[in-house]
Design a binder for this molecule. Structure first.
Ligand code: FAD
Length: 352
């Protein structure tokens, strides 16, 4: 491993991967440190990009800008790393009653929403494997990003280039001064912290309102022909590359660890039994913590007292769609002194 870099990226989940890639693409040298024994949100997430969310069918924040940036960056990474990470998959959700149907119909008449809504989605074998629903509605321009494969492939590439250190950073060993950063033998001009929910332990950025929402998921093998679409009815059913389906997820804001529990296993199974009529078996049960923030917006920026310490965090429940554009904003901020949008800049939370 070299010992001089422009940047050290701490945490190589989705945030660390995308900001590191952008900086390297701009000609900077980057070294990564990531703790392999810890579970990342990126390795557990379904990676759904869903432009229309919630019971009121609302467009996701800045989705018109986020989608083209996501498509471009994930496609670029597929070419660079030689694997498929992005799957264009229609999303079908159920409407529970006449009220839902009314809300949906009203949205469908709105010009801003029309490109995203499909009132007659293709269902394929869905009715044969699930219980009948009041009605179905389709969301266009949805996709799934295989965040686990993407971060793993990027980690493998940086490891073989001898630029990934597999260990948990001991913050006491990170020496920060005006001349630069040193971490053991490694010297760098700046650090970008991308630790996901564990940023609450970061001595420089723990003043930010990091929250965290634990989520658990099941991987199931369905013994019947399944449609090539993502389905939402009480839980999400999402096809995975290996033929299993991702079922999830739970959300817990009060949690003490990131370990799967029997109670949530049983809860997810009971939700699935309300939907699925085809036989299935549970192949895996996983848990991780989403890096959520008090105001539900990402955390990007520079430390108020140290111009060589940056943060990329707060991707919350929507990292797959947010991270491509946010990583561009942050790279432009770091390299070209371009201002960050106020909504994502950490200056919105002054350090006391
Ligand atoms: C159950 C679940 C379902 C989800 N579903 C979706 C979805 O469908 N769509 C979507 O867009 N998003 C989803 N998300 C959210 C998404 O996973 C996150 O927004 C995103 O992956 C966060 O990426 P990150 O890099 O910030 O954090 P992480 O992926 O958690 O990565 C942080 C990395 O930092 C490392 N690290 C932390 N501290 C240290 C240290 N001291 N030293 C070294 N390394 C350290 C960790 O080991 C980890 O590898 C889901 C999350 C969960 C948990």
């Amino acid at each position: 491993m070299n010992d001089r870099y422009d940047f050290i990226v701490i945490g190589q989940g989705l945030a660390g991967t995308l900001i590191g890639y952008r900086l390297e693409k701009a000609g900077k040298s980057v070294c990564y440190v990531d703790a392999p024994e810890q579970t990342s949100a990126s390795s557990v997430a379904a990676g759904i990009i869903n432009p229309i969310t919630g019971r009121r069918f609302v467009k996701s924040w800045r989705i018109d800008e986020l989608l083209p940036e996501a498509e471009k960056l994930y496609t670029e990474l597929e070419e660079k790393l030689g694997g498929q990470f992005r799957y264009e998959l229609p999303l079908v959700r159920t409407l529970f009653n006449r009220g839902d149907q009314n809300d949906w119909d009203i949205r469908s008449c709105d010009e801003e929403y029309a490109p995203y809504l499909n009132s007659q989605p293709e269902l394929s074998t869905l009715p044969a494997i699930t219980k009948p629903a009041f009605a179905y509605a389709g969301v266009n321009r949805s996709s799934r990003i295989d965040l686990a494969r993407l971060t793993e492939a990027y980690g493998t590439a940086t490891l073989s280039a001898k630029r990934l250190l597999s260990e948990k950073v001991d913050y006491q060993k990170l020496i920060v001064n005006d001349k630069g950063i040193s971490y053991g033998p490694i010297k760098a001009k700046a650090v970008i912290f991308c630790e996901g929910w564990r940023a609450r332990h970061n001595p420089w950025f723990s003043y930010l309102p990091h929250r965290g929402a634990k989520g658990e998921v099941l991987h199931v093998r369905i013994d019947a022909p399944t449609p090539e679409l993502m389905f939402k009815h009480r839980v999400f059913l999402v096809p995975r590359a290996n033929g299993t389906h991702w079922i999830g997820a739970t959300t817990e804001n009060d949690f003490t660890d990131d370990i799967p529990t029997r109670a949530n296993h049983d809860y997810l199974k009971s939700r699935l039994d309300e939907v699925l009529i085809a036989p299935y078996e549970i192949a895996d049960h996983r848990a991780a913590v989403r890096p959520t923030v008090k105001d539900r917006r990402p955390l990007l920026g520079v430390h108020p007292d140290h111009e060589n310490l940056f943060i990329f965090n707060g991707l919350g429940t929507k990292g797959a769609s947010l991270a491509p554009l946010c990583s561009r904003w942050l790279a432009d901020f770091i390299l070209n002194a371009k201002s960050l949008p106020d909504e994502v800049n950490i200056t919105r939370f002054p350090k006391k």
